[in-house]
Design a protein around this ligand. Structure first.
Ligand SMILES: [Zn+2]
Length: 395
């Protein structure tokens, strides 16, 4: 076994899931188009557990095709052919689906190949688990093969009119991120929250998206033969940021920030937004930050891409500091587009003038599309935004 393969064997394989039978006799790596291919390291596509609904009392559910409902074990407790839209809720220690009551703390609904489950009007393909929580609330988790999940993400994360190489780069990025989350959350009820990757079930799947996912099937990025959280965002505004600066996580070369001369044409490259002081105060108070009568907001410790690491909020209660990205998410990521901003007090509102959209770490989507338009291949796009990575096909 050569050294590189030994390192892969030691570090990549445990990332995925335990207990996968592997042959000890493998050929040396084949590197094709910059991707290391040892032959499949995993014998099948991994399954990922995605949180669709959390901490809710009600949801609307509908099923097409044949379905089976099982309890916490594998015993089939109900089955049928299609289910009209009805309400999912909890009562008397059991789960209600329409007018049926199942005296179980957990249910699993499985449909046949051509069937599907609609939850709050979004259609999903995988199996779903309904898990009771406290106070008559429940969560819903989808168990889906990673490639189908990536198709769902890709269709929602990038315009389908974009170039193949931008879409391929996004597919590998999303797969790497999801595989990392599967590794770190392997013992948890779910691996990732659908909101982390703008997942919308099968809604935006098209034959083009499915082909892009298929063309990059099983390919992930690794650094030092370890999978890593491949963050991405819409528009960096000129330079991506170090992961430590934004998320206070250990910095590694692929997530330490690079110059981006490609996203100038993004509509989010420069922006200006007036947000009322009362709206900001309300959001902060809801998050238990005691603030009243805001006077000024400013970013502190800007990084290479000018995204603040922290923000300072001056109000009648004095000056408070908080993580800048947390502040952005609290105000609303569609309102305060990034933490690369200058803020000016304007009577009852604050005018934020900024650059870029998103947290600024990892792949810049608009930059990736501009690179693809200039003729860069998806492997080169990934190597630009994530320096020192290797690309590996694991299944
Ligand atoms: Zn950029």
């Amino acid at each position: 076994m050569d050294r590189v393969f030994f390192l892969m064997f030691a570090t990549i394989l445990p990332i995925i899931s335990a207990g996968i039978p592997l042959s000890c006799h493998r050929d040396r790596t084949v590197v094709q188009d910059g991707v290391h291919d040892y032959g499949p390291l995993m014998d099948k596509i991994p399954v990922i557990r995605v949180l669709l609904i959390n901490d809710k009392r009600e949801a609307q559910v509908a099923i097409t095709g044949c379905y089976q409902i099982t309890g916490s074990l594998t015993n089939v407790i109900d089955q049928g052919q299609g289910l009209r839209k009805c309400t999912l809720s909890i009562s008397d220690g059991g789960i209600n689906i329409g007018n049926k009551h199942y005296n179980y703390s957990e249910l699993r609904i499985v449909t046949q190949q051509d069937g599907g489950i609609e939850l709050n009007n979004v259609r999903y393909r995988g199996e779903i688990r309904i898990v009771q929580q406290l106070n008559n609330k429940f969560s819903v988790i989808e168990e889906i093969d990673l490639e189908s999940f990536i198709a769902g993400v890709l269709g929602s994360e990038m315009p389908q009119t974009w170039n193949d190489d931008a879409l391929c780069a996004q597919a590998v990025t999303a797969r790497t991120y999801a595989m990392y989350k599967k590794k770190v959350n392997r013992d948890n009820v779910y691996h990732l929250d659908m909101l982390e990757l703008a997942y919308r079930g099968v809604a935006n799947e098209t034959s083009r998206i499915i082909k892009i996912v298929q063309d990059t099937k099983g390919i992930v990025m690794v650094y030092n033969w370890n999978i890593f959280p491949a963050y991405f965002h819409s528009t960096c505004g000129g330079h991506t940021e170090d992961v430590h600066h934004v998320f206070e996580k250990d910095s590694i070369p692929p997530l330490s920030g690079v110059e981006c001369n490609y996203c100038n044409n993004s509509k989010h490259s420069h922006w200006s937004k007036d947000i009322s002081k009362s709206a900001i105060e309300k959001k902060l108070q809801e998050a238990n930050v005691s603030i009243s009568s805001i006077r000024a907001v400013r970013t502190v410790n800007p990084g290479a891409g000018n995204h603040g690491s922290r923000v300072e909020i001056t109000s009648a209660n004095g000056t408070k500091e908080m993580n800048a990205n947390d502040f952005r998410l609290l105000i609303g990521p569609n309102n305060l587009l990034s933490t690369s901003f200058q803020a000016k007090s304007n009577g009852k509102s604050i005018t934020f003038s900024g650059r870029g959209w998103g947290h600024g770490v990892g792949l810049c989507q608009y930059g990736a599309q501009a690179m693809a338009q200039k003729g860069f291949q998806w492997t080169a796009i990934l190597r630009h935004y994530y320096p020192k990575i290797e690309l590996v096909r694991v299944y």
